[in-house]
Write a protein that binds this ligand. Structure first.
Ligand code: HEM
Length: 419
């Protein structure tokens, strides 16, 4: 009886469906619905990571400066590796060039020739990238990260008082403020206060371990300090131009000759007026500046509304082989420490038409962190770098600067340079 009534209902439904008129949607309506659904999906997924981040670190929202450097590192890595990798990398490149606007600093950089000679500028740029990646993306507490930081300190210490404290602080400020400025002005979303402060807190601990004194306590204070410093110390010198020109040549090396003038104007349009003048570049034509700004604006809209977020974080750290030597699989300008494989050769051919290919010239046998930097110091620096890295790890295991204060005064931890 029960079965009979249910088959009756079923028949009725089928009958009713038969008489119903299904609305005929035009292909444009269907396309419109598809686009709306897709854009809705993009909106939901694009901000999911930010929502999770805000939830996970809710305890720090009312006072982001209560972040310890290890928690700050987790937040910062999410920004660099997942949310905005490309623009962050660009901002950091610009930070580097903007350090050449400090008139008193570039004399030394010209003197060492690492940066201004076309034969070494590629290695200098890649080594800087590798060292920064080790302690920004790895961790400054890890064996590799602390060695990278120690090697950088070792290189700086060789020049004693030639590198001044305010110059170090200005460079640190560029590494913090410039990527934040790039992301705020050009990325698909600006950074939140928590993310900005996280970047500052992690870099401040790096600064402590470099022996940089009097680092301001907040981002706002760092901005004020930088603005004041810029007024007095950022102006044109020939040395600034030499440093900027060699880096610019490196940037534009793979751009076809007929496009180079345009590409240089486009790059220069990304500096503010004061930096441009300090580097000695002429004002780019207004139409090029507008074109570049518009391209970034369009990119921002497209990514924000039409691109699904990436599936996982990037992993730019070099990978060890069984002997412990490290190998990279991507590069910016020259394939230093990249294994010569079919894939890396094809990459080289694709980007440089075969002019720059992985091989022994670019140390395709990999690297150890302590070997990075100018080749002439590779061996002599090994022992002191290993020793400083050990001391740094001991300092970190006791809580770092949070507990011990600036490494300068409290534990006698090494960095001692700059007047
Ligand atoms: C937060 C501040 C700074 C950071 C994070 C930093 C970072 C680095 C890194 C990663 C290297 C290694 C490059 C390589 O392997 O070839 C390096 C080397 C070097 N840095 Fe710095 N630097 C800072 C400030 C400065 C300042 C203010 C000066 C001088 C004005 C300076 C001058 C040098 C010199 C002379 C070298 C050796 C390589 C060469 O001869 O060019 N650095 N720095």
């Amino acid at each position: 009886m029960f079965k009979h009534s249910s088959s009756l209902t079923k028949n009725k439904i089928l009958e009713l469906m038969g008489t119903m008129e299904i609305p005929q949607l035009s292909k444009w309506t269907l396309l419109g619905i598809g686009v709306v659904l897709y854009v809705g999906l993009v909106q939901t997924l694009r901000f999911r990571s930010l929502r999770n981040l805000t939830k996970t670190y809710a305890a720090y929202l009312h006072d982001p400066y209560s972040l310890d450097y290890k928690t700050a590192h987790q937040i910062m890595k999410r920004v660099i590796l997942y949310e905005t990798p490309w623009m962050y990398a660009f901002g950091t490149q610009w930070a580097l060039i903007k350090t050449y606007t400090v008139a008193t600093g570039t004399g030394l950089l010209v003197q060492t020739r690492q940066l201004t000679s076309d034969s070494t500028v590629g290695k200098r740029a890649e080594d800087t990238g590798v060292i920064l990646t080790e302690f920004l993306i790895g961790s400054m507490d890890s064996d590799r990260g602390s060695k990278a930081l120690a090697k950088m300190n070792w290189m700086h210490r060789r020049y004693g008082n030639k590198i001044k404290q305010p110059e170090l602080l200005h460079t640190l400020a560029m590494f913090v403020l410039e990527p934040i400025r790039w992301l705020n002005d050009r990325e698909w979303r600006p950074l939140t206060e928590l993310e900005k402060v996280a970047i500052f807190v992690y870099w401040k601990e790096i600064g402590n371990r470099m022996g940089i004194r009097d680092i301001p306590d907040t981002l706002e204070e760092l901005e004020i300090w930088t603005a004041e410093y810029t007024k007095k110390n950022v102006y044109f010198t020939k040395n600034n131009k030499l440093c900027a020109d060699s880096t610019m040549r490196l940037f534009l090396r793979d751009v076809p000759l007929f496009m180079r003038g345009f590409a240089q104007h486009a790059a220069v349009s990304l500096f503010e007026e004061r930096s441009r003048l300090a580097l000695g570049y002429e004002k780019p034509p207004r139409w090029i500046a507008r074109l570049v700004a518009t391209a970034f604006h369009i990119r921002r809209i497209i990514i924000r509304h039409f691109f699904l977020p990436r599936l996982h974080e990037l992993d730019p750290l070099a990978k060890p082989d069984s002997t412990g030597r490290l190998y990279r699989d991507t590069w910016a300008f020259e394939p230093w420490y990249v294994k010569a494989t079919v894939k890396s050769w094809l990459q080289g051919w694709f980007w440089t038409s075969g002019k720059v290919l992985p091989g022994p010239k670019y140390k395709s046998n990999g690297f150890l962190v302590e070997e990075l930097g100018p080749v002439e110091y590779e061996q002599s620096s090994k022992e002191p770098v290993a020793k400083e890295a050990e001391e740094m790890q001991a300092y970190a295991s006791k809580g770092g600067a949070v507990v011990l204060g600036c490494p300068f005064s409290s534990v006698g931890y090494p960095p001692k340079y700059g007047a």
